[in-house]
Write a protein that binds this ligand. Structure first.
Ligand SMILES: Nc1ncnc2c1ncn2[C@@H]1O[C@H](COP(=O)(O)OP(=O)(O)OP(=O)(O)O)[C@@H](O)[C@H]1O
Ligand SMILES: [Mg+2]
Length: 279
């Protein structure tokens, strides 16, 4: 279980100013839960994920994982970024086995463990390829396999599918849901895509900006595996769009002046006719 209690994070800029990226954020993520964060650019999603990863430290509040303070990165938490970050000079197999090698696991055993994960993301035929020989979707699958090979309790995913085309994204949604149902890892997932958040998550948290806070949370009580035509998903999606339209309106007014406003229908229309409703 991840417990985030009254966490605030201020970045001090080189120019002398400071910026409060997160203000008094509290949140509990249960073991085995799939939680997504949505919110306008700059609202502090990555900052929150980096704090849980132990890559940043909060100056106020506390973050614990299973009761233990999160003081730095640990083997219980692995991050998957938008950029796959595979080593270009290693094959898929060696990339996936890399962390296991660091752990001191013998070659035969680590290759067997890595192949198991490569199989689980349907990349068996590509195990001996180098990253530049793979499509974007394959690279991201390899990155997920590499994270899974470490067998962390928690997967922290920062817009992992943002650079992929819609068809590839849909396939990866299925893959990730299948992995989650099989392994019941705790997943904290960041996206700008409302549909993606709703289809994958048990809970979607909408953040507001300046300063970053959790504004509202939405439970997605739809059967799994998810069916994209499920009316429950559509219902939650529209409620989230409303919450986000208000937030975007606030951002746009701050940046462009009071006379500018976001039409709620504009947000909903673009979203409803595609599977990739983004913000
Ligand atoms: N190292 C840093 N130094 C100064 N400011 C920072 C730093 N990291 C983040 N910020 C600021 O904190 C705020 C939150 O950033 P963060 O990257 O968490 O946003 P985000 O919600 O992930 O945005 P996006 O959707 O664009 O990825 C932004 O205004 C950003 O400029
Ligand atoms: Mg971010």
């Amino acid at each position: 279980m991840i417990e985030i209690s009254n966490v605030s994070k201020t970045f001090h800029q080189r120019t002398g100013g400071s910026f409060t990226a997160l203000d008094n954020v509290s949140l509990t993520i249960n073991k085995g839960e799939f939680v997504s964060l949505l919110g306008p650019s700059g609202c502090g999603k990555s900052t929150l994920l980096n704090l849980v990863a132990g890559l940043e430290q909060a100056e106020q509040g506390s973050i614990t994982v299973n009761g233990k303070p999160c003081k730095g990165p640990g083997p219980d938490r692995v991050v998957v970024f938008q950029e796959h970050a595979l080593f270009p000079w290693l094959t898929v197999l060696d990339n996936v086995a890399f962390g296991l090698k660091q752990k001191g696991i013998a070659k035969k055993e680590r290759e067997a463990l890595a192949m198991e994960q490569i199989k689980s993301v349907h990349l068996s035929k590509f195990a001996d390829r180098y990253p530049h020989e793979l499509s974007g979707g394959m690279k991201q699958r390899a990155a997920i396999a590499r994270a899974l090979a470490m067998d962390p309790e928690i997967l922290l995913m920062d817009e992992p599918f943002a650079a992929l085309d819609e068809q590839t994204r849909l396939i990866l949604h299925q893959d990730l849901e299948e992995i989650w149902m099989r392994t019941r890892k705790t997943i904290l997932f960041i996206t700008h895509n409302i549909r993606e958040a709703v289809v994958l998550s048990d809970r979607v948290l909408v953040m507001s900006t300046r300063p970053g806070k959790i504004k509202k949370e939405f439970a997605v009580q739809a059967a799994r595996p998810r069916d994209i035509s499920d009316s429950v998903l559509h219902h939650v999606e529209s409620s989230i769009m409303e919450a986000l339209a208000d937030e975007l309106d606030k951002v746009v007014k701050e940046e462009m002046g009071d006379e500018y406003s976001i039409k709620k229908n504009a947000v909903s229309d673009t979203a409803s006719d595609s599977l990739g409703s983004g913000i």
